[in-house]
Ligand binder design. Sequence first.
Ligand code: ADP
Ligand code: ADP
Length: 217
Amino acid sequence: MIQFDQVTKRYPGGNEALKQLSFSIGTGEMVFLAGHSGAGKSTLLKLIAGIERATSGSVLVNNQNLSKLRSSQLSFVRQHIGIVFQDHKILYDRSVFDNVMLPLDIIGFERRDAARRVRAALDKVGLLGKEKMMPVRLSGGEQQRLCIARAVVHRPTILLADEPSANLDRAYALDIMELFKSFHQVGVSVVISAHDETLMEDYGRRIIRLREGQFAA
Ligand code: ADP
Ligand code: ADP
């Protein structure tokens, strides 16, 4: 469960990215986050992930008040979260397999079990068989799938995706959405942002619309 209570985020330099936002997202819910560029979507996802901290108000994730946690405790909460970043953050000097292994290395997962997990995650996104390839050889859609495999390999309870379909053709974008839906169907809470609402409308899920850091109608 994710709960924002009167959350304001002001970046150094004075820009208020989120203004007194209150809402909650239930366990296992799939929610879309809409709004133009600059509306505050990435900031909201970063607050859930504990990458940024609220300037005021409280952010609760799985019953933990992130605003009150020390960074060591924050990294523990992060182990239950998977993120698909807008800028991919793929390591191009490492194989597909090693990219997906990364989160498990950080957690300190036992190596043999980790390899099995990596293959399960790659299988889930349809990339099994390409694990030895270097990421540059993957298509744009496949690179996005790689990011999703890396985001779910540690079996998070919350999956966040920042504009995962931004640079994809509609058919590929829909494939990616179906993939997120499949994680939602096994009980994972999923929050997906996009500036193009047409992709969301077919899914009949709640859409949180942001404009200049506030809810838009
Ligand atoms: P979106 O994801 O909807 O495009 P963002 O959350 O990235 O919106 O940005 C919201 C606002 O916060 C914008 O005005 C943006 O310029 C500002 N912003 C985002 N990140 C930073 C940062 N690191 N430092 C200063 N301002 C930022
Ligand atoms: P395994 O075959 O490794 O034992 P499970 O039977 O636990 O995997 O899960 C079946 C599939 O569902 C696997 O592909 C796994 O990656 C995926 N899966 C299960 N739980 C989650 C989760 N919380 N997040 C993402 N994927 C999951």
